[in-house]
Design a protein around this ligand. Structure first.
Ligand SMILES: *Cc1c(COP(=O)(O)O)cnc(C)c1O
Length: 412
């Protein structure tokens, strides 16, 4: 019997047995771990025995969160990090070498795009393609291509990558396929179902949900054959091959780079994850209602939301996802400044961040996509007037009323 995802998340901690019968995993704050016998310390260090050695490589609290993410993604294992960016960068530094080639979607979270720019200065070539069609990814592949990276729903323009098509291409060519599942969350979509090798999350967003902790993760779906991966160090060929990639990420990525998730934040994220299902239901309904409302407004030129029939990948999103997410973006008509519009909102918070219980909005081109310049924004289809809205769990009518009164003021 397969139980509902929320049910399984709620009872996940108890699967491993908890100190004193606590109903969820307590906060472990020790930096170091001591052993009665030196032989045990040696065994744990050498990987022959499971255990903890030093807090930079994790602790029982973050391990419990990792187990929860593994469960959510139906993966074979997970490594957690201090943020989504730490997860992305540590994974790539751990798996890539000079001269390698990476193909990525050109519709990306701004800091991920900035990281690819850095990576290309460090001896790895990066080709950015329109990943809404798998043939563009396929055409960019080279013999030295080691990985393909895409987001499920791109932040902020909501393009939906050809997730299944790219999965087939990567599988046929033996290339690591990394999917950033932040905007969909495992509640709506499991990248494993389209052949992803690794699944990335910014746990700071929908999985935490309360805007009170930063975290990131990478999970291995078990589908990639690490025995075939040319950059795998002999030291990490230990145990079943499905574990090799993640072991190298934990050592070369987490241990050496040190972007470790704190137990306090891990604990808050784990508590947030318990209500993921409930929150996604409300935020997705709010997003659809607001998208439909904005589509009717004369001051709004275009609304981008995968749940709208007008969205270019609406059919794909309907087929792959069990909901359309809590994020939308829209462009105002010429002469209507997104800044002026946002200033009229009384309830919605002018803020970056997304996947929060509160509804947040920002002028995307002027803030999170400012540093990259207009040319790059154009290549990512980000209009200068684009407003990004991350829907919270407020009552739908309160949100519609807020946008209605703001638009009415500008229409005067
Ligand atoms: C926010 C975000 C990230 C980065 O995560 P942080 O936790 O903020 O470092 C990566 N990918 C996507 C899609 C995001 O929205």
């Amino acid at each position: 019997m397969t139980r509902d995802l929320s049910t399984r998340i709620l009872h996940a901690d108890r699967a491993a047995g908890i100190e004193h019968g606590a109903t969820h995993k307590p906060l472990h704050i020790a930096t170091g771990y001591g052993y009665e016998r030196a032989e045990d310390l040696v065994s744990v260090f050498q990987g022959d025995k499971s255990g903890y050695v030093y807090g930079r490589q994790g602790n029982p609290t973050t391990a419990a969160l990792e187990a929860k993410v593994t469960l959510m993604e139906e993966a074979v294992g997970t490594v957690s990090f201090a943020s989504g960016m730490a997860a992305i960068i540590s994974t790539m530094v751990a798996l890539l070498k000079k001269g390698d080639h990476v193909v990525a979607s050109r519709f990306l979270f701004g800091n991920t795009a900035s990281w690819f720019n850095t990576l290309s200065q460090m001896g790895c070539e990066v080709t950015l393609v329109d990943a809404t069609e798998a043939k563009n990814v396929e055409a960019a592949l080279r013999p030295e291509t080691r990985m393909v990276f895409v987001e499920t729903i791109a932040n902020p323009r909501t393009q939906v990558a050809d997730l299944a098509g790219i999965g087939k291409v990567c599988q046929a060519r033996g290339i690591v396929y990394i999917v950033d599942n932040t905007l969909t969350t495992p509640q709506l979509f499991r990248p494993k179902s389209v052949g992803a090798s690794l699944v990335i999350h910014s746990l700071s967003k929908g999985i935490c949900g309360h805007g009170n902790a930063l975290g990131g993760s990478v999970s291995d779906t078990g589908l990639f054959d690490w025995d075939q991966y040319v950059n795998l160090y002999p030291n990490y060929r230990k145990g079943p091959p499905t574990a090799w990639g993640l072991l190298q990420i934990r050592k070369k990525g987490l241990r050496d780079l040190g972007g470790t998730l704190s137990s306090e934040h891990g604990h808050r994220i784990a508590a947030g994850a318990e209500t993921l299902g409930l929150r996604m239901e409300r935020t997705n309904a709010n997003a659809l209602a607001l998208a439909r409302f904005l589509e009717q407004q004369p001051l709004v030129r275009k609304v981008h939301y995968p749940g709208l029939a007008s969205h270019a990948q609406h059919a794909r999103a309907s087929e792959l996802f069990s909901g359309f997410g809590g994020l939308l973006s829209f462009e105002t008509v010429d002469g209507v400044s997104p800044v002026a519009l946002l200033n009229e909102l009384q309830l919605v918070i002018k803020s970056s961040h997304l996947g929060d219980n509160r509804t947040l909005a920002l002028p995307a081109a002027l803030t999170i996509f400012w540093e990259m310049g207009q040319e790059m924004r154009q290549s990512m289809d980000i209009a200068e007037s684009l407003v990004r809205v991350s829907l919270g769990i407020e009552a739908t009518q309160d949100l519609l009323d807020d946008f209605a009164q703001a638009l009415a003021k500008l229409n005067k």
